[in-house]
Design a protein around this ligand. Structure first.
Ligand SMILES: [Mg+2]
Length: 273
């Protein structure tokens, strides 16, 4: 798997960056992270931070970045919740009713798209929108299934089937989508990586040709496959979920592989190996 060369990176004008496992691990910034952003600003390299996590708001990401010494603007951050909202703004007329399985980040995003969020027992929704919900219960699944069977459109923020927790690997939103599909026979439109919708929105925000953009991520089946599906180059960093061993065994190939953000910066500036 090739490491990037200085000429590869100096051709880039924008990055679409994953956050967990790339910028930080939990509440701890990964080494060299604030420096990397200073470098991007100095070089006027644009970025969009794009995550499949739908539970946090843009404001909470801005606060988290600020705690780590990085200033970012709202338009530089895209979550699968805000990408879902952007999709709904274009696809659904205002005033449509949405039955939402999800947390505050998703509920606020759906409201901001002009939809009305239906109550917990509503059975007359135009859309069922499903993202990670740590208060998920039997009634929500039942109402979502009934709404789907009655003809509601089915949207999933992201299809990740697993979700890492401090206690171990738990089920992700993709597992809940699969349960709703099993019950209703209806498949969702999924917005997050590796589906192209979120990547295409990030490309549009960067306003650059695809050849000038690379996606940076730590997960092969979302970040790297998502880049490939959207026709973008990709840089795998090894600070998150993927090790060299899992990379060797995978059929998903990034364009380039580097250890971490400082390694990217060193190659980009021509001071690396
Ligand atoms: Mg990640």
């Amino acid at each position: 798997m090739p490491a990037p060369k200085t000429s590869d990176l100096s051709a880039l004008r924008g990055l679409i960056m994953d956050m967990d496992g790339v910028l930080w691990e939990g509440e701890s910034p990964l080494p060299g992270m604030p420096d990397f952003f200073r470098f991007l600003r100095e070089r006027k390299i644009r970025f969009v931070l794009a995550t499949n996590n739908a539970s946090l708001t843009i404001a909470s990401y801005i606060q988290k970045l600020a705690r780590m010494g990085v200033t970012a603007a709202p338009e530089e951050i895209l979550t699968s919740a805000t990408a879902t909202a952007e999709h709904l703004r274009a696809a659904a007329g205002p005033g449509k009713r949405a039955y939402v399985i999800g947390e505050e980040g998703l509920i606020r995003a759906v409201e901001s798209a002009g939809l009305r969020v239906a109550g917990p027992d509503a059975l007359d929704a135009d859309y069922v929108i499903c993202g990670m919900d740590r208060d998920l219960n039997w009634n929500k699944l039942a109402c979502a299934t009934i709404n789907l069977n009655r003809g509601a459109r089915f949207i999933g923020t992201n299809g990740d089937v697993t979700f890492p927790t401090e206690r171990g690997i738990a089920h992700g939103n993709g597992a809940i989508l699969a349960a709703l599909t099993a019950a209703s026979g209806i498949r969702p439109k999924i917005i997050g990586k590796p589906y192209p919708a979120i990547m295409q929105m990030a490309v549009a925000r960067l306003g650059l040709p695809k050849a000038r953009i690379a996606a940076v991520g730590d997960r092969l089946e979302t970040d790297i496959l998502g880049a490939k599906n959207a026709g973008l180059k990709s840089i795998l960093v090894l600070t998150g979920i993927t090790s060299r061993k899992t990379l060797r065994k995978s059929g998903i190939r990034p364009t380039w592989v580097t250890d971490d953000l400082p390694a990217i910066q060193a190659v980009w500036t021509g001071t690396g190996k």
